[in-house]
Design a protein around this ligand. Structure first.
Ligand code: ATP
Ligand code: MG
Length: 285
């Protein structure tokens, strides 16, 4: 390829997780900035992540320009730099509804694209939605994504973060046998993301409660949705969230349904984008 690892200077660390570390880097000759995600060879799922990022290319997915080998045998993904960071850093400071509608609309476009490529993301959460200062929202981190077979099955090799897992995914036997729409879990995750940004904290457990696996499983599979005060949101937003967070995956809205939902379809696109840019700008200061 045209890029080599030694052509880049590492500037700072943008984030790190189970899979590896993400650095902000600059290309020496062009001074162009990128994000470089090192995936450790020993990490289970490393090969899957590379396979999936090679399979996808869309304005609503964080673009991978190149997959580079490292001296130690790891892989490095050269990603487009999202200069607004990830949405987890925007939780807690208030999020106007117009900006939320923009996040939802663009994330749904990303999910619609993934569906067209038969990819399930399986790790939809604020830390994995990235934004630019110009108001683009893109899905990133394909660390546990899977390609779905034509029969609707996938390997489900690794669990996602329990806090964002849909009820049917706690029932692993059932999810594996192909009787469940695999794409419905990503819609659930989007619902949790929207509610978290709205409420300013993880929404499915009471404030302050520890996010243990057992508490999360109970709340997600059997608990009621938190009440959103009428004054704090429009009926369209509450209806949108409820449609995403239907516990029964067969009743949950599909990505196509949600793209036509008034909360996103009837938004003022220019105003929503401006509202989102403002949230990002305030938080980047
Ligand atoms: P895994 O979930 O597979 O363990 P991870 O969580 O370590 O992966 P990512 O989610 O891809 O890896 O990246 C970790 C963090 O780094 C993100 O939450 C985000 O804050 C930052 N980051 C990742 N990619 C980019 C990017 N392209 N531009 C800017 N920041 C990024
Ligand atoms: Mg991540």
């Amino acid at each position: 390829g045209e890029f080599r690892l030694l052509d880049f200077d590492r500037l700072s660390v943008l984030g790190s997780g189970n899979g590896g570390t993400v650095h902000k880097v600059s290309h020496r000759r062009t001074s162009a900035l990128y994000a470089l995600k090192i995936i450790h060879r020993g990490h289970p799922g490393a090969a899957d992540e590379v396979e999936v990022v090679r399979r996808v290319d869309s304005p609503h997915i964080v673009r991978c320009h190149s997959v580079l080998p490292t001296a130690s045998g790891d892989s490095a993904l050269l990603l487009e730099l999202m200069d607004g960071g990830s949405l987890d850093s925007l939780v807690g400071g208030g999020f106007p509804e117009a900006a939320l509608a923009e996040v939802a609309a663009q994330a749904l476009s990303g999910l619609a694209y993934l569906r067209s490529r038969r990819v399930v993301h399986r790790d939809m959460k604020p830390a994995n939605l990235l934004v630019s200062k110009t108001g683009d929202v893109k899905i990133g981190d394909f660390g546990i994504a899977e390609v779905v077979s034509r029969a609707g099955k996938y390997r489900a090799a690794y669990e996602g973060t329990a806090a964002y897992m849909s009820p049917e995914r706690f029932d692993t036997e059932r999810s594996r046998d192909g009787g469940v729409d695999p794409y419905a879990a990503d819609v659930w995750g989007l619902g949790v993301i929207v509610l978290e940004l709205l409420m300013g904290r993880y929404p499915l457990l009471p404030a302050g409660q520890k996010l243990t696996w057992a508490a999360l499983m109970c709340a997600i599979c059997f608990g009621e949705l938190p009440a959103i005060p009428d004054g704090a949101s429009s009926p369209a937003l509450r209806n949108f969230v409820a449609a995403c967070l239907q516990k029964d995956h067969r009743k949950r809205a599909s990505v196509a349904d949600l793209l036509a939902h008034p909360f996103v379809a009837a938004r003022d696109v220019a105003a929503s984008r401006r509202a989102l840019c403002q949230v990002i700008e305030e938080r980047c200061r």
